[in-house]
Write a new protein. Sequence first.
Length: 183
Amino acid sequence: MLYILCALEAEVPSLRLPTNTRLVFTGVGKVNAAYVATKSVLRPDCAAILNYGTAGTLNTKFAQQFLSVARIRQRDIDARPLMEIGNTPFETGPTQGEIILQETGVTLSTGDNFVKSPPIVQSDIVDMEAYAIAKVCMREAVPFTCVKYVTDLANEDASADWQSNVAAGQTAFQSYLDKLEVI
């Protein structure tokens, strides 16, 4: 079974799911996402996780685009001088600061804050859940894919832009799902 993890029902209010898929809402933020991802990957029927959600950007070329994520970085942990920003102190392994999913696609940074100016940890797009979900999947050896629809320019108008563009994201994600071969 493919588990589709999405933060909010508002991002996919009328999604048509392929067979062998289950849609689960995580809520907003890394803690909520990690909790739901952990519960999902530990279910015996979970074969893979797909994270879909909306994202912001500071680069207009990504605005209103449906994107495949290649790299995910953690942008909001700042334990300097123990570790470089984005890295968790005293942790090693393939999930330290950046998770590489594939060769092509955008770089996403995840943090529990709204981005209104360029974060120290560089990325093309920003969200609040993907890094936590990816980290759980990597640690539990569950295949993980991440796709995002960029709804806003991560500025003062982000909330209004998100509301105006979230439906277009569902349309793009539905098209992606309709072409997906599910396990």
